[in-house]
Ligand binder design. Structure first.
Ligand code: ATP
Ligand code: MG
Length: 282
């Protein structure tokens, strides 16, 4: 069964998409070189904005409404998910489900009136759960049905945190939503994989204070921070993951790190995610 990681925080612009894309790509490279079975990764973009898909399937990431993720969420019966899967452009073992912004906005509006509205994504993914080692879900910056669908489909939640006092205030609401999903939607094994300080600016005192706060309150769950670097912005503008944008001289041994700090920090995250999820992967 796939490990399903929802990258979530209802605060906007904290690095969810950047983290989802680079985690998915880094896992794909790592598993490909290790020859793991199944060695495939799926990126699911549950955000109508569809930013995540631009980095993995640019130019091919859009589909007609009935062939997009939105149809899986609202159609009865849902279309076949197998026929929707497409291969990413940079990593041969990274698949995605195409999106359609308008259809996704419409789906978000329709969901509240549908039966089993919180379980739609989980049910859609069930037939392919054995095909993938990891399924990474990018989520919208809202605590709505789309986000809840992602949490219900997930085995783990990865929470990017912007290191500002404002960034901390929303965490309680997110933790509450996760607790509700655990209790009311029979997901008591849903785990918080970690809090990931993102967009950290080295010189700012506030950043260190927030990271210290996280380490004090969540000692086991606070991950090594990701710093603010232009490589991440440029990679996304170039519709690439950062490992493709700033590759090492040789990828022979499955190496992820290059001279770019962003590749080193996201590689560290990839390794930590594998370490934390491996016992369950069997
Ligand atoms: N560590 C970083 N260093 C520099 N730029 C970053 C970093 N992380 C993210 N960015 C940039 O910040 C912007 C917001 O990041 P991103 O889209 O990943 O956030 P998000 O949480 O997915 O946003 P939204 O809530 O709108 O979906 C993007 O332009 C992205 O390229
Ligand atoms: Mg995003």
């Amino acid at each position: 069964m796939a490990i399903v990681i929802a990258v979530a925080n209802q605060k906007g612009g904290v690095g969810k998409t950047t983290t989802a894309v680079n985690l998915a790509a880094g896992l794909a490279i790592k598993l490909r070189h290790e020859g793991t079975h199944p060695g495939k990764i799926l990126l699911v973009d549950a955000d109508p904005q569809g930013h995540g898909l631009m980095a993995v399937g640019f130019g091919r990431h859009l589909a007609a409404p009935e062939e997009s993720l939105a149809a899986l969420l609202v159609e009865t019966p849902p279309p076949s998910i197998q026929r929707m899967l497409r291969q990413g452009i940079h990593q041969s073992n990274l698949d995605y489900i195409p999106g359609n912004t308008q259809a996704m906005v419409a789906a978000r509006a329709r969901l509240p009136s549908l039966l089993a509205r919180e379980q739609r994504l989980a049910r859609a993914l069930a037939p392919i759960a054995d095909t993938y080692a990891y399924i990474i879900i990018d989520t919208p910056p809202t605590l709505d049905d789309l986000m809840i669908n992602a949490l219900v489909a997930a085995t783990h939640v990865l929470i990017p945190v912007e290191p500002s006092y404002l960034g901390l205030t929303g965490l309680k609401d997110l933790q509450h939503a996760i607790e509700q999903v655990r209790l009311h939607l029979a997901k008591d094994d849903l785990r918080i994989l970690g809090y990931l300080p993102t967009r950290c600016v080295q010189q700012r005192v506030e950043v260190q204070e927030i990271v210290d706060y996280l380490r004090e309150h969540y000692p086991e769950r606070t991950l090594q921070p990701i710093h603010e670097t232009t490589d991440l912005t440029y990679a996304h503008s170039a519709h690439m993951d950062v490992f493709t944008y700033r590759p090492p001289r040789s990828r022979q041994d499955g190496r992820l790190e290059s001279s770019s700090r962003a590749t080193q920090e996201y590689a560290r995250l990839v390794n930590e995610v594998v370490r934390r999820t491996r016992p369950q992967s069997g």
